[in-house]
Design a protein around this ligand. Structure first.
Ligand code: GLN
Length: 486
């Protein structure tokens, strides 16, 4: 049974009409996971029993005529979401044995709308990475070519959608972790505005940047998923109390008369030829759809990678201080006292990249350096945000590549962290500015690897973003393709 050519709304109609049961759909996902996980390594935990029980309950709800927005739909979560009574490792050895005593708000909202939670997806440890190679559960492979990375840190979330293992997934995006893997795996990924979706129960990486969002096969499914998880949550003090529109309502509004800005700093020499070609064609498509294309400048773009890697590591060093072997996860203790227990636990529990970032961040926050690094980076961040706000006085949306190249090979950058950090250049600024952005398929390289297009919207204008993405998706046939898995 394949659901891969159907949208969530179409599956939902079949479920409501009784043409399909949630149990059959969930079984099909579980079988697909079983058949492909050895190749992709997308799932850290599969919740087979729980998923089938939830599917049975969903079928009862459907039979009783009580369909909520996601009743019976199999969905999986990046392993960063606390999930009641389910192992939640965040891709780390340190949380290898951690079973969450509660659901993150986003998970709770999915459940309230009847979603069937199928399992927990692989990711870079503590969401630090761009390739999903930094995972205690091992690397994830790109479903389009298993020699290549799926992107990161939500690599499992993107690859699982591309491979048809589940209908949709949730990821998190601190500096590109939804958009870049979506781009590398040929699916749609949306990073909402900072404050749009509650992070309560989401394991923190860099709190002033982290945001939760959907990855799905198409724009409409992203709109459906966002509608479910978005909205104010008193349990997250950064969540914003502003109304959530019906994202499906005007999805087909088109882009006629919309002004789309091309930031000149994003069209650099280092851009891969295939990426450049796909983006140029996308610009032409938008022109034909009636959008006005305008050149703009975001002059502080060059400073974004440097300020991001100071702010993100500084906040990470503070957030990760809680993993001391006392309250969560694994403890290593040879009985030589408390300090030694902390040291052993952290030395054994964290991977190399996480340690590198904790050291970097601790250094940046240390007395005497705080003003020179963290404070300075925050000031630069304000300039970057102002660049965006000024650009949005002239245009409705910005159009850019998601990443400078298609998915690179496994092992290609892992020993060169700086190079890996630099590849985040196009996704990081939207996080620093706190605004929303979407990644959607816009082409393929000669080797058959997907290429993504990024649209960046004004704060809280996710509806505009989805409309523009939908218009492109309808006008082209890059989306919704499926890789052939052996
Ligand atoms: N690649 C970036 C980093 O390693 C972004 C990660 C993310 O968005 N979680 O920090």
């Amino acid at each position: 049974m394949s659901f891969q050519n159907l949208t969530i709304q179409q599956i939902r109609k079949k479920l409501i009409a009784g043409e399909l049961t949630s149990v059959a759909l969930t079984r099909a996902c579980l079988e697909r996971i079983q058949a492909t996980n050895h190749q992709l390594n997308t799932f850290i935990t599969v919740c087979e029993k729980e998923a089938l029980a939830a599917a049975e309950a969903a079928d009862e709800q459907l039979a009783a005529g009580n369909a909520a927005l996601l009743t019976g739909l199999p969905i999986a979560l990046k392993d960063i979401f606390n999930t009641l009574n389910v192992r939640t490792t965040c891709g780390s050895k340190l949380l290898d044995n951690y079973i969450s005593p509660y659901d993150a708000t986003a998970v709770q909202r999915l459940r309230e709308q009847g979603a069937v939670i199928v399992g927990k997806l692989n990711m870079d440890e503590f969401a630090m990475g761009s390739s999903n190679e930094n995972s205690a559960a091992g690397a994830v492979r790109n479903p389009w070519n298993s020699d290549h990375v799926p992107g990161g840190s939500s690599g499992g979330s993107a690859a699982a959608v591309a491979a048809g293992q589940v209908v949709a997934t949730l990821g998190t995006d601190t500096g590109g972790s939804i958009r870049q893997p979506a781009s590398h795996c040929g699916v749609v990924g949306l990073k909402p505005t900072y404050g749009r979706v509650s992070r309560y129960g989401v394991i923190a990486y860099a709190s002033s940047l982290d945001q939760v969002g959907p990855l799905a096969r198409n724009v409409e499914d992203c709109a459906t998923m966002l509608g479910v998880v978005a909205g104010y949550d008193p349990a997250d003090s950064t969540s914003v109390d502003c109304p959530v529109p019906d994202y499906l309502e005007n999805l087909a509004a088109g882009v006629s008369g919309k002004k789309i800005g091309l930031p000149k700093e994003y069209f650099i020499d280092g851009l891969d030829a295939a990426v450049k070609q796909a983006i140029t064609a996308a610009i032409e498509t938008y022109r034909q759809l009636g959008a006005e294309i305008v050149d703009v400048s975001l002059p502080h773009t060059d400073y974004s990678v440097a300020s991001y890697y100071l702010i993100a590591t500084a906040e990470a060093s503070s957030n990760l201080a809680r993993y001391d072997g006392v309250r969560f996860g694994v403890r290593k203790d040879e009985g030589a006292g408390l300090i030694s227990m902390y040291q052993q636990t952290r030395a054994a529990g964290f991977g190399d990249e996480v340690k590198r970032r904790i050291m970097l961040g601790t250094y940046a926050l240390s007395s005497g350096y705080y003003d020179a690094y963290y404070l300075k980076a925050q000031k630069v961040r304000t300039l970057i945000r102002q660049d965006f706000l000024e650009a949005f006085e002239k245009v409705d949306l910005l159009l850019t590549p998601v990443a400078p190249t298609p998915a690179f090979k496994l092992g290609e950058m892992i020993n060169d962290p700086l190079q890996m950090y630099l590849s985040d250049i196009f996704t990081i600024p939207a996080n620093l500015a706190g605004t929303c952005a979407i990644s959607l398929p816009c082409g393929f390289s000669q080797e058959g690897l997907p290429i993504g297009l990024q649209l960046i919207g004004q704060p809280f204008a996710e509806a505009d973003l989805l409309q523009a993405a939908y218009a492109f998706e309808q006008a082209t046939d890059w989306g919704g393709r499926s890789p052939e898995l052996s």
